[in-house]
Design a protein around this ligand. Structure first.
Ligand code: FPP
Length: 236
């Protein structure tokens, strides 16, 4: 049964990192400059999560809808992700971070897909923080993928439950997010973890992603601690 009390530290924080483009435009810079600064904020968020004792951090780095952006921006983002992985992996490993990738990684080409796979294997035994990178991820595609697996496995309709269906999603083995943060003032889920966010606390912050850091992360954790989570139940 769900635990009705609130816990001060969320076990799993998910973040929609939004506002890189606006950050750059406000400075008269190309959008890629915003994404570059955004990558620095990724590092700060990981450090803050470790510092706060959060155990799972999911970052929405590229949505399945982001392929509709101009080819140049997609190439810039792909390059940045590759560069980030190559420059940060040793440090992440050192810090006890386990990397898990969800989404259609193969769409980024063989080089990145193979490097991501190798990074997952290298860090598989780390357990200080599980860093889930959502790359070319879409919540609806995740659910349809799980439905396809259920059909392919021949699971009879009457035996399909929320529990066994949840295990067919890309987040199998990862607890649902307790807290979702979206930066940049937009108040949407944007096809992120649709199934998994069912009972997450939602926090929409005005800060643009490149300006996100330790102070914003701590404030989010403090706000979370004030929320009373009931999971649909009523306190007695
Ligand atoms: C949203 O800003 C952000 C993205 C689409 C990509 C997120 C990418 C990063 C944080 C940097 C690279 C990632 C890693 C993992 C190193 P936006 O472009 O939609 O901003 P806007 O809404 O202001 O235009």
């Amino acid at each position: 049964m769900a635990d009705i009390s609130s816990h001060p530290i969320p076990r799993h924080v998910a973040i929609i990192m939004d506002g890189n483009g606006r950050w750059a435009t406000a400075r008269g810079l190309p959008r890629v400059a915003g994404h570059r600064e955004g990558a620095k904020a990724v590092r700060r968020a990981i450090e803050a999560a470790i510092g706060a004792g959060v155990h799972y951090l999911t970052l929405f780095a590229f949505s399945s809808e982001n392929w509709a952006r101009p080819a140049e921006e997609v190439a810039d983002l792909t390059f940045l992700m590759k560069h980030y992985l190559r420059s940060e992996l040793a440090e992440l490993h050192e810090q006890g971070v386990r990397l898990v990738v969800i989404g259609e990684r193969e769409r980024f080409g063989d080089t990145l897909a193979v490097e991501l796979e190798a990074a997952e294997q290298k860090t598989a035994d780390n357990d200080r923080l599980v860093l889930i990178m959502a790359l070319s991820y879409g919540g609806r595609a995740d659910i349809v993928g799980a439905a396809r697996k259920a059909i392919a496995a021949g699971i009879p309709a009457e035996e399909l439950t929320e529990q066994n269906f949840g295990r067919l999603l890309s987040t199998d083995g990862i607890p649902d997010p307790d807290l979702l943060i979206r930066t940049s003032g937009e108040k949407r889920i944007s096809n992120f973890l649709l199934w998994q966010l069912a009972y997450a606390e939602l926090l929409f912050l005005p800060v643009l992603w490149p300006d996100f850091g330790a102070a914003e992360f701590s404030a989010a954790i403090e706000e979370y601690a004030t929320r009373e989570r009931r999971f649909g139940a009523r306190p007695v």
